[in-house]
Ligand binder design. Sequence first.
Ligand code: HSE
Length: 429
Amino acid sequence: MTSLKLGIAGLGHVGCGLVDLVQKQESLRLPGKVEIAGVTARNRNRNRPVSTDQYEWFDDATRLAEDDSINVFVELIGGSDGPAKVAVETALKSGKAVITANKALIAMHGQELAELARENGVDLLFEASVAGGVPVVRVLRDSLAGVEVKRVTGILNGTCNFLASEMLASRRPYDVVLAEAQRLGYAEADPTLDVSGMDAAHKAAILAAIAFSADLDFSKVAVRGVDGVELLDLDLADRLGLRIKLIAEGKITKDDEVVCRVEPLAMPTGHPLARVNGSLNMVRVEGEPLGAVTLTGPGAGPGPTASAVMGDVAKLFNPIARPAFGRAEHHGIRKFVFADTDERSAFFLRVRLADRAGALAELTEALAESGVSVDKLLQDSADENGAAPVAIVTHTCSRREMNDASERVRELESSVGQPQIMAIEDSTD
Ligand code: HSE
């Protein structure tokens, strides 16, 4: 193909970023010419940082998806269902290649859409759906096809990473830093998706499905976000030599099943993941006979994400209609499962204790009753409400023992508010 005709649905941050790149394509390295044949968005008259008046306007994304004037449908609407899904299905059925940045759509319906793409002999590309500008989907799917992947870990949400590093660095509270992430265009339209861990979970599930040739089952992805993490937690962890990060992980179990989860973890400040700050994302792929590969870069923001969309556009000059998740017919299909609770690690625990004699003893006793032993302990003076923050690093124990301990801690009369508990990522990683 020497010329591609895009239909762009969605003119938000990323859509405008893409229009901008198309308009300055002479400075890029595309193998042919890219035109915009039509555009659509919720609101035609909104003020936008790029001019779109010269492009044919469609009131409806589905109409654009099936229009003969386009050969590539670019979906930047968002949302796992509704107009985005209908339009993508329509485009695939009409024989158009589809490029999307929509991780929710791919995480929830990617497999059926991949099948639709295969039936219609067209490409479904979603590089921009994971880690923004970091080229990880195609690297994992194509470049690392010769690697038996054992584990994929990463920082997959720029907003959460920005929150965790900026709150600590600037000593500003959660709400203020979140508002800044929104202003910088990192956060989703609904930032709950970011802070609840859901956005990172969508991305982790996509990577795990590709890495392990697995049946993507989002209902089996365990998700915890940073919405309960306070400046106090970040500060106490810092004083114990730990950084708190929202970490995504996919790995193979001993029964050859796939565990995929997102949760805040604490890790030593020298850990490679601990050094990834701001809105940066990082993905580490471990496997045989490769060892490990790490990719880091801007995981959010209009420019980086639009550049990933443009990378997919460039790919379409030489389409090969490869299965969207890279899984060939002859591959065995692995299942997603929840992790078992035998997994062992050290844990970071933060509680607020009523400032009275014996409260600390009750806490350590509750831990001891569950078989959890204390490695380090730090206590500050009581705050204005009479509650003293206590942070503990435990010795290695199982998640089962820690869950049991956390139940006991919650029930302590001296415990004020919700305790914070997170596993500590192995420093030898
Ligand atoms: N809201 C996402 C993030 C960017 O903060 O990483 C788009 O995936």
